[in-house]
Design a protein around this ligand. Structure first.
Ligand code: KG4
Ligand code: ZN
Length: 339
């Protein structure tokens, strides 16, 4: 199969709590991107309930796919390949998208591509700026992952640093839960922090001078201990001081990695890269150090299917179609290609 600028991919994303579908042409021309969030459904439990997520995907997926095809303004016949996130993620949630995509591929007689969700987050930044040149340093910060990745080319990655405990988004969510300010914690803390003073508390910057790994579990504990001992300090100042520590460490390590590999640019990806302080600080400090810093639009930072379609287009071009027996893999690693 010829894969080129006019190849149209329909992609589905159901790895966690967003049901998403998107139509992308040529790997970077987003014709539509529909995201139906389950945040309201899970908020009362304070986190994602796997079985509830699977059932919600089952209800939303067909309407979301129809909306994506409608908005793209194409007939289904124009779709050249069908992709879905094959992992990592919640197994019951993944199975909904993978099964639906295979069914569509089968009836439309089109190739199927199972996509690695982590690889797709790397492509979100490239989607918004296709002029970026390799090697790139990608900071991937989400609810489940915190990684500093060297991307030397399509499909060519090395993880240079990662969290040794909690993911950055997990730290936001846990601190927000402790402060009782809402779910998911990232956007809430971001908002509170914008009204607070970040120099009120000097929270620890763990592992600041030890290589490229990071750690957020100690920071979370020190926020909790501080709030317990100082119940009168305003939440906005706690949020700003906590965020300052997270952003400081992420910027320092990412720029260090970019210097080590002689990167042509720094790209952010994953839900936490929607954070306003991280975006501003990484741009300022990265530019000061001589690096171009690419920030995907906020919609491309959090889970969406356009990034799945972009990654699928590159996989299809490099490896050809995948077998319909491709599985769903809850613990897929960045370097794993689903099969
Ligand atoms: O990439 P994503 O949508 O899902 C995963 O694959 O995990 O990331 C979700 C995470 C959550 O932990 C959420 O609190 C965090 O991203 N997040 C933010 C912001 N928006 C979302 N964290 C900090 N600031 C934000 N503005
Ligand atoms: Zn994600």
């Amino acid at each position: 199969m010829m894969v080129n600028e006019s190849t149209v991919v329909l992609a589905l994303e159901t790895s966690c709590d967003e049901t998403a579908a998107s139509v992308v042409m040529g790997g970077n021309d987003v014709l539509s991107s529909i995201v139906s969030s389950q945040i309201d459904i899970h908020a009362r439990f304070g986190g994602v309930v796997p079985e509830v997520a699977s059932r919600a995907h089952l209800e939303s997926l067909i309407p979301v796919v129809n909306a994506a095809v409608d908005e793209a303004g194409i007939l289904p016949e124009r779709i050249d390949a069908v992709a879905a996130t094959a992992g990592p993620g919640l197994i019951g949630a993944l199975l909904v998208g993978v099964s639906a995509a295979k069914a569509l591929a089968l009836v439309w007689e089109r190739p199927f591509i199972g996509v690695n969700h982590l690889e797709a987050h790397l492509y979100a930044g490239l989607l918004d700026d296709p002029t970026l040149e390799f090697p790139l340093i990608v900071l991937l910060v989400s609810g489940g992952h915190t990684m500093i990745i060297e991307m030397r080319g399509h499909g060519d990655y090395t993880i240079l640093g990662r969290t040794i405990d909690d993911a950055a988004g997990e730290a936001y969510d846990k601190v927000a839960r402790y402060l009782n300010v809402g779910y998911p914690g990232g956007p809430v803390i971001d908002q509170l922090a914008s009204q607070g003073n970040s120099s009120v508390v000097e929270f620890p910057r763990a592992m600041m001078h030890d290589g490229l790994d990071v750690s957020f579990s100690g920071l979370k504990t020190s926020v909790i201990n501080y709030v317990r001992k100082n119940p009168d300090v305003a939440n906005v100042d706690i949020a700003a001081s906590f965020q300052d520590a997270v952003v400081d460490v992420l910027c320092a390590k990412t720029i260090k990695a970019a210097q080590q590999v002689g990167a042509r640019g720094i790209v952010l990806g994953g839900g936490v890269s929607a954070n306003s302080a991280l975006r501003a600080e990484m741009t300022r400090r990265g530019n000061d150090a001589g690096f171009r810093v690419a920030l995907p639009s906020r919609a491309m930072c959090t889970d969406n299917a356009a990034m799945i379609a972009a990654a699928a287009w590159h996989r299809l071009k490099a490896d050809g179609p995948m077998n319909l027996s491709c599985g769903a893999y809850p613990n897929l690693k960045l370097s794993d290609v689903p099969r």
